[in-house]
Unconditional design. Structure first.
Length: 152
């Protein structure tokens, strides 16, 4: 993949793609539809929680003055805020948004996008980010990874 395409490929684009696929599935294959007001409110709540987790996580990067962009080398090792509970709170926020979207769409078929998103993000982003952190901050990363789970 060219350097330009790697810089263009960002997790929010994969999230949007998964959201589009979920919408398509809800329209074309609405297996066990459960669309009602309660589902919409639960879905919106999950989306809000996801956005809040992402904002909290981003604030930690801003406070530490390090890049939030995937594939850029970190200048500071961030372990505060939500990084005390999960090694990937921004991706977890993305997943919560996707799950909220699926609940709002009200079809069980949409939920196949969630494990697909997790596998994709693990392969395309997390593996490389963890390798970079291990190389840049070997001792800190080892101690942190031993006590903090990758997702939740």
């Amino acid at each position: 993949m060219s350097n330009f395409l790697k810089r263009l490929e960002l997790p929010p684009l994969w999230l949007l793609l998964c959201m589009f696929v979920a919408f398509w599935l809800s329209q074309e294959f609405p297996i066990y539809s459960f669309a009602h007001a309660a589902a919409h409110w639960v879905g919106r709540g999950l989306i809000l929680i996801g956005l809040l987790v992402m904002a909290w996580s981003a604030m930690q990067f801003i406070r530490e003055r390090t890049s939030i962009i995937p594939r850029e080398t970190a200048t500071t090792f961030v372990t505060s805020g939500p990084y005390q509970f999960t090694r990937n709170p921004i991706y977890l926020g993305d997943l919560l948004i996707l799950l909220g979207w699926c609940v709002s769409l009200g079809a069980v078929s949409t939920f196949v996008t969630a494990p697909a998103f997790v596998m994709l993000i693990n392969k395309r982003f997390i593996a490389g980010e963890e390798a970079m952190l291990k190389q840049t901050f070997p001792d800190e990363y080892a101690a942190w990874a031993a006590k903090v789970r990758r997702w939740i």
